[in-house]
Write a protein that binds this ligand. Structure first.
Ligand code: IPD
Length: 298
């Protein structure tokens, strides 16, 4: 099984000094945007706009946080590209692109549920998720300040302390985090898949921030994670943190993690979950697709 997307042999990776610089910038920026999000949260947060559906919301703080991140990146790394949730892609010329989520877990932020994060990742290669390599990342959980960092090949850390995924357990004894998209069609399909997954695991958690979910896999606070429909900014930093903590991070049918599907956790358990999700055709939005009658724990 492939691990987290590995770089093509012909692509030069940043040297140690540049990796350290990108890692330090990712953390500094995530913390600065986190301070803005935390200190600027009004008692009552309003929806500023909606995106893919009426429940896919943007707050004024999503916009302010992304503006701050873009301004700081323009000062610190003016030649780099930026792909952000709210303002899209600005191409750069350096080969490095920053993939930023100004608030991952916006619905939690809206309601004051303390599980939302600023996610900042540096990637090299073409600014396309299936082709780039994530080389540095930081997920800063705004409400409690927990901060996960990773650089490619350098391990994963929570508040400076090295983290590792849990030892593999059978799927039936694994705590599984997942999430749902914002469109009715996608949610119907995700609910169909969940009907067959829930009876086969210890329990399910829907925390509401995919970036935090992936870091909880890294810290061993959940065993596994899967979700269909994640955008690059939701998962770039978190997948690196999870992979550097020893997780296998993959899509289905041999693909790397992508919008179609992201699965993360200890390798043997991921293999078990991937087999189930493939059987359920969890990488489609077809409500009538697949069943898991033949699956061992079914
Ligand atoms: C969302 C969160 C959520 C996941 C959704 C994402 P946003 O990101 O990560 O946990 O289930 O798929 O869209 O919209 O809060 O940045």
């Amino acid at each position: 099984m492939t691990a987290h997307a590995s770089p093509p042999a012909d692509r030069p990776l940043p040297d140690a000094a540049l990796l350290a610089e990108l890692g330090a910038i990712a953390e500094d920026l995530a913390r600065q945007a986190g301070a803005l999000v935390r200190e600027g949260r009004p008692r009552r947060v309003d929806v500023a706009a909606t995106k893919t559906s009426p429940i896919d919301v943007v707050t004024a703080m999503d916009l302010a946080s992304e503006s701050l991140l873009r301004r700081l990146l323009a000062e610190r790394r003016p030649g780099d590209g930026i792909l952000g949730e709210e303002e899209g892609l600005d191409r750069g010329g350096s080969g490095v692109t920053w993939v930023i989520d100004p608030i991952d877990g916006t619905v939690n932020y809206l309601y004051g549920i303390p599980a939302y994060a600023v996610s900042v990742a540096a990637v090299v290669g073409p600014p396309r998720p299936t082709e780039w390599t994530v080389v540095a990342g930081c997920v800063h959980s705004v409400a409690d300040g927990r901060t996960w960092t990773a650089t490619l090949g350098g391990g994963a850390y929570e508040d400076g302390r090295r983290v590792r995924v849990n030892p593999p357990a059978p799927l039936a004894e694994s705590l599984l985090a997942t999430g749902f998209g914002y469109t009715t069609e996608r949610r119907r399909a995700q609910a169909r898949v969940l009907v067959d997954v829930l009876p086969r695991v210890r329990d399910i958690r829907r925390i509401g921030s995919a970036a935090i979910d992936l870091c909880l896999v890294a810290s061993g606070e959940v065993d596994l994670f899967y979700e269909r429909g994640l955008q690059a900014w939701d998962q770039a930093a978190g997948t690196l943190v999870a992979a550097e903590a020893g997780a296998t991070v993959v899509g289905l049918r041999g693909a790397p993690p992508s919008e179609a599907m992201t699965v993360a956790g200890p390798e043997p358990t991921v293999r078990e979950l991937v087999a189930l999700l493939e059987e359920l055709r969890a990488d489609t939005d077809d409500v009538a697709a697949g069943g898991a009658e033949g699956h061992p724990s079914g």
